[in-house]
Ligand binder design. Structure first.
Ligand SMILES: NC(=O)c1ccc[n+]([C@@H]2O[C@H](COP(=O)([O-])OP(=O)(O)OC[C@H]3O[C@@H](n4cnc5c(N)ncnc54)[C@H](OP(=O)(O)O)[C@@H]3O)[C@@H](O)[C@H]2O)c1
Length: 179
């Protein structure tokens, strides 16, 4: 089975994934009367598991909605030594260097991974471990917040192999790591 680490995320025009208060309401502020999912359902159908940072995991747990994932969820935390009871039926805590985390997940049969959370994606990029990124750009300049990208020690080249416009306002680009 092919091993892939994939990102599917929305950013502001200036590259933030959450505003200065960690808020993400702005992501859903463009009218979407038919509730189109902008490819999310298809993306989710093609992954084996989700790997998310603790902050994103806790944010999703705080939503007043049914549990949104049908795939196994692994969350990264260095500060937690075990998963809090209230989350036990939702996710598994996973720790360690990323390469060892990936080995553990591959041994469990999870090869196609959805990598989520700003710091988490950045840490994967620092080790050149992201293969694909679908980035949906919401055309607002937030002026500050939690960035998707930070500095890297070397340049990483991606190719944009598809681009779509949704709701006549939102651009979604699909990037693949150039080998
Ligand atoms: N725009 C979007 O589509 C989108 C998508 C996802 C999330 N978000 C938003 O983004 C914000 C969260 O992003 P974030 O950048 O704060 O962080 P994050 O990646 O969700 O979580 C970071 C935390 O994960 C843990 N961690 C453990 N190992 C790690 C590793 N190797 N690399 C990185 N993190 C590791 C650490 O937790 P400990 O401190 O416990 O060690 C770290 O503080 C939330 O506001 C969320 O709603 C937006």
């Amino acid at each position: 089975m092919e091993k892939k680490n994939k990102v599917f995320i929305a950013t502001s025009l200036d590259g933030y994934i959450a505003d200065r208060n960690g808020g993400i309401d702005w992501l859903h502020s463009i009218p979407n009367p038919d509730n189109i999912d902008m490819g999310y359902g298809e993306f989710m159908s093609e992954i084996d598991a989700l790997v998310t940072g603790r902050t994103t995991f806790e944010t999703v747990c705080g939503f007043d909605i049914d549990w949104p994932y049908q795939k196994p969820v692994f969350f990264l935390s260095n500060s937690l030594t075990s998963i809090p009871d209230k989350f036990k039926d939702r996710a598994m805590l996973i720790k360690g260097p990323l390469k060892s985390i990936l080995e553990q997940l591959h041994e469990k049969g999870c090869y196609r991974l959805y990598i989520d959370g700003g710091k988490t994606i950045q840490s994967f990029l620092k080790e050149d471990l992201i293969d694909e990124m679908t980035i949906t750009i919401i055309p607002y300049l937030l002026g500050g917040g939690i960035p998707l990208f930070t500095e890297l020690s070397k340049r990483l080249d991606f190719e944009c192999v598809a681009a779509k416009i949704y709701l006549e306002k939102v651009v979604q680009n699909y990037f693949v790591r150039k080998s």
